[in-house]
Design a protein around this ligand. Structure first.
Ligand code: BJ8
Length: 423
C-alpha cells in the first residue's frame, strides 16, 4: 500500500472505493479539461492542486492536526475564511462535484435534492472524503432548504455549527448577520483555544484580500478578445482556490498571470478564432464538475466570465483593511460577505443588475444560466435574470442539469443551437 493510502486508511477511509472515486474523477477530467489543447503551462499547478485535494493537501492537514491545528469544514462561500485563519484553524470547502458519490447519498436521503448536496453527503457516507474525519468542526449556514435540513441531521453526528444567514439585506438583517459573524468568531476561539486579535485577524484579511486581488486580475485578463485562457481552465483555478493553501495559491496564480500576459503580447489564444463570448451565471460548479463548461466550449463558444460561487461571487469585494480595532475588523468582514449575491436572498435585485452589468463589461454575446436540479432559488430567479438580459438585448439560455452524463447529448444539441444563434 502506498504511503498516501496508508494515511487515508488511518483516517478510516474505504481506500479501495476512494481509488475508484479518484479514477472516475480523473476520467471526467481527462474527457473535459484534459482534452483541451493550448493549455498554459502554469495550469499544471492547478491541475495538481485538484489531485492534491485528495493527496498532498490531506497529508499537510494530517501533519497540522498532529501539531494541534484544527481543520474547519465549510459548505458555502458566506463562511468568513479570515476568522477561521485568525483563530489558527484551516478552513476547507467540503462541497462535492462528482456523480460517483451520489448513489451513496440516495440510499439514505431523498433523491430529489440538489446534486451538490447529494454528492457532498455521498462522499461522507461512502467514506471517500478525507476531510470528514480530519475536520474538528463543520460549519453550515441557513441558505437553501436542502442545506438547512441536512445540517439538522449532521449536527447530531459531528461537531456542527450553523451560521444564521438572513434572507434579506435590510438593516435588521445586517445586524443579525453581524451577530452571526461574532458568534462564529467565539465558536472558533473555543474550538482552537486561540484568541482572534487585531494582529492575527489583520494578517488573515491581508492574505485573503491578496488572493481575491489575484483572482480579480485573472478575471480582468479574461476580458481580452480573444482571451488567453479557456473558461474551463479558469474554472479549474477557481475550484483549486476553494481548497488550496491561500499564500501558495496566490503565488501560483501570479505566475499564471505572467504567462497569460506574455500570450496576449504575442497574440496567442487557445480558443478558435471567432469563438462566441459567453458568461456562465448561477449555481457553483465545484471540484469534479466540468460538465457544462466543457459542453459550452466544445460547442465553439468561450466562457469569459463566471457569475457563480466558483467565479466572481467568491472574489468580488475586498475587506476594508483600514479598521484598527477588532470590532471594526469583524464588522468589515461581515459587510464584505453580506455583499455576496446568492439566490437565497429576496428580493435579489443586486444580483440581477450585476449580471447585466457584467455581461456588458465582459463583452459577452450571450449568457448561460446554470441551475442544478431542484435548486429552486436559482431556477426561479432565472426568470427575472432572463427578463433583465432580454431588456438589455442579451440572449440567454437556462440549463437545468445534474452531475450525470445522461443528458449530455441533449444539452449539447441545445447549447450548439444557442451558440449558433449568437453568431
Ligand atoms: S452562496 S450558491 S455556495 S448557498 S445549488 S446547495 S443553493 S440547492 S450551493 Fe451555494 Fe452558498 Fe449560495 Fe454559493 Fe442549495 Fe442550490 Fe444546491 Fe446550492
Amino acid at each position: 500500500m502506498s504511503e498516501h493510502n496508508q494515511v487515508l486508511q488511518e483516517l478510516g477511509l474505504d481506500v479501495a472505493l476512494h481509488d475508484e472515486m479518484l479514477a472516475s474523477v480523473d476520467r471526467t477530467f481527462g474527457q473535459t479539461v484534459g482534452a483541451q489543447t493550448g493549455r498554459p503551462e502554469g495550469m499544471a499547478y492547478f491541475d495538481s492542486a485538484l489531485h492534491a485535494a485528495h493527496g498532498g493537501r490531506v497529508a499537510e492537514l494530517v501533519d497540522l492536526k498532529k501539531n494541534g491545528t484544527k481543520t474547519v469544514g465549510t459548505f458555502c462561500i458566506y463562511v468568513p475564511e479570515e476568522l477561521a485563519m485568525a483563530a489558527n484553524t484551516v478552513p476547507v470547502a467540503l462541497c462535492g462535484g462528482t456523480q460517483f458519490s451520489i448513489p451513496y447519498a440516495e440510499k439514505r436521503f431523498p433523491r430529489d435534492i440538489c446534486p451538490l448536496v447529494k454528492s457532498t453527503l455521498g462522499l461522507a457516507f461512502s467514506k471517500t472524503c478525507p476531510y470528514g474525519p480530519l475536520k474538528s468542526m463543520a460549519v453550515g449556514e441557513t441558505t437553501c432548504d436542502a442545506k438547512k435540513k441536512t445540517w439538522e441531521i449532521l449536527a447530531g453526528k459531528v461537531n456542527f455549527h450553523v451560521m444564521e444567514l438572513p434572507q434579506k439585506k435590510d438593516q435588521l438583517d445586517i445586524d443579525l448577520w453581524r451577530n452571526a459573524v461574532y458568534e462564529f468568531k467565539d465558536k472558533l476561539e473555543s474550538l482552537s483555544g486561540t484568541k482572534v486579535e487585531v494582529e492575527n485577524l489583520g494578517t488573515a484579511i491581508k492574505v485573503m484580500n491578496a488572493k481575491r486581488r489575484a483572482l480579480q486580475r485573472l478575471a480582468e485578463l479574461r476580458k481580452a478578445d480573444p482571451p488567453p485562457i479557456s473558461g474551463l481552465d479558469a474554472l479549474v483555478v477557481m475550484q483549486a482556490a476553494l481548497n488550496d493553501e491561500p499564500v501558495r495559491f496566490t503565488a501560483a496564480l501570479d505566475r499564471l498571470h505572467a504567462e497569460l500576459e506574455e500570450r496576449m503580447a504575442r497574440g496567442f489564444s487557445p480558443l478558435p478564432e471567432g469563438a462566441q463570448r459567453v458568461m456562465f451565471a448561477g449555481c457553483p460548479a465545484v471540484m469534479g464538475n466540468w460538465k457544462v463548461h466543457a459542453l459550452v466550449e466544445q460547442s465553439g463558444a468561450v466562457i469569459v466570465a463566471d457569475e457563480s460561487c466558483t467565479g466572481s461571487r467568491y472574489f468580488e469585494n475586498l475587506i476594508d483593511e483600514t479598521a484598527r480595532d477588532l470590532a471594526g475588523q469583524v464588522d468589515a468582514i461581515a459587510d464584505r460577505y453580506m455583499k455576496i449575491n446568492c439566490a437565497c436572498f429576496t428580493p435579489n435585485q443586486e444580483r440581477i443588475d450585476s449580471i447585466v452589468e457584467k455581461a456588458r463589461e465582459y463583452g459577452v454575446k450571450g449568457v448561460v444560466q446554470y441551475v442544478l436540479q431542484t435548486c429552486h432559488g436559482y431556477n426561479v430567479e432565472a426568470m427575472r435574470v432572463e427578463a433583465a438580459l432580454k431588456k438589455a438585448e442579451i440572449p440567454s439560455i437556462k440549463i437545468v442539469t445534474d452531475y450525470s452524463e445522461e443528458d449530455a447529448g441533449q444539452l449539447r444539441t441545445r447549447i450548439e443551437a444557442f451558440v449558433e444563434q449568437l453568431s
